[in-house]
Design a protein around this ligand. Sequence first.
Ligand SMILES: *[C@@H]1O[C@H](CO)[C@@H](O)[C@H](O)[C@H]1NC(C)=O
Ligand SMILES: *[C@@H]1O[C@H](CO)[C@@H](O)[C@H](O)[C@H]1NC(C)=O
Ligand SMILES: *[C@@H]1O[C@H](CO)[C@@H](O)[C@H](O)[C@H]1NC(C)=O
Ligand SMILES: *[C@@H]1O[C@H](CO)[C@@H](O)[C@H](O)[C@H]1NC(C)=O
Length: 325
Amino acid sequence: MITILFSLIILLSHVASSHSERCNPQEKLTLLQIKKEFNNPTLLSSWKPNTDCCHPKLHWHGIKCDHNSHHVKSIHLSYNKKLASKIPPLIGNLPYLETLVLFHLPNLIGPIPQTLSKLTNLTYLTISSTNVSGSIPNFLGQFKSLVNLDLSFNNFYGSLPPSLSHLLNLTGIFLGYNNLIGPIPDSYGSFKNHPNLYLSHNKLSGVVPISLGMVDFSSIDLSHNRFEGDPSMLFGSNKVTAAIDLSWNLFSFDIGKVELPKITSMLDVSHNEIYGKLPLGIENVMLLNVSYNSLCGEIPKGDKHNVDSYFHNKCLCGSPLPSCK
Ligand SMILES: *[C@@H]1O[C@H](CO)[C@@H](O)[C@H](O)[C@H]1NC(C)=O
Ligand SMILES: *[C@@H]1O[C@H](CO)[C@@H](O)[C@H](O)[C@H]1NC(C)=O
Ligand SMILES: *[C@@H]1O[C@H](CO)[C@@H](O)[C@H](O)[C@H]1NC(C)=O
Ligand SMILES: *[C@@H]1O[C@H](CO)[C@@H](O)[C@H](O)[C@H]1NC(C)=O
């Protein structure tokens, strides 16, 4: 009798739990199809039709649901060499997605599918250290809630999408280590919220648009590109820019005329065609590199930098370089 009762209780609780499955049935179906589009990798073996995709303990790998609505709000897949496919287009059918992270997946290939344009609630988008290629889609400019965009370390080519400037909450823009070409769009002068802009190790070219002088960056990295001309508008004593990396470009301007932001603790302008004297306050910059340029004049007395912050210039002098005549 007790055994029968016990079995009944177990049976009932089983029925109850399957009825109380949190996972939205449509989204569960979509996730199972996404698993198929990923070619059923072992990484996703926890994505099983008979389990709850939102269950807090029987967790589906990389999936997070909203506590109240139970909609899938986050997909985070990383550090896996066996995930060998394109980005599943069906990810675009998870309209409540706020976070999409595809990180260190070297065998993820192909372009960003057009269907991802439906993910207008995305706040964090990371596709980084993959083999994804194609152009950076302009539809990213419709993701009004986007705070962080990391598309670094991939094979993206083509130009920078002008539409990113529509994103008023965007504070992290990481597009370095790709094959991007062409200039920085004028529209990037309307970035708000002290963005961090990282464009290094691409094939970007042209002059930095005047409009960028309107932006107060937290940090900016344009290094290892083919930029030219005068980027003086990036400087200014009242800006909050802590790190400025302009190294390995073709910049040519009188750096003696710029006012360093008081807060700047990292300045690398090495390997350019920069001339003039050192700007005032250079001795306060903690990490400094002005080497391989055409600078002249005296290094401030008491300066603590090593010789390799200053060497290979036209006529800089004073410690740590040989003294001025
Ligand atoms: C996007 O987020 C808002 C606010 O959280 C929500 O009301 C809306 O339903 C979401 N839209 C979609 C398509 O998920
Ligand atoms: C990326 O793809 C290219 C061509 O499709 C291939 O040659 C290269 O080996 C791939 N890189 C990695 C890290 O898998
Ligand atoms: C931008 O951020 C603010 C402050 O966090 C937030 O209230 C607002 O909803 C965000 N805007 C969008 C479009 O997500
Ligand atoms: C500055 O850059 C040059 C050239 O890339 C390098 O050799 C040197 O070590 C760097 N100095 C510092 C202080 O980083």
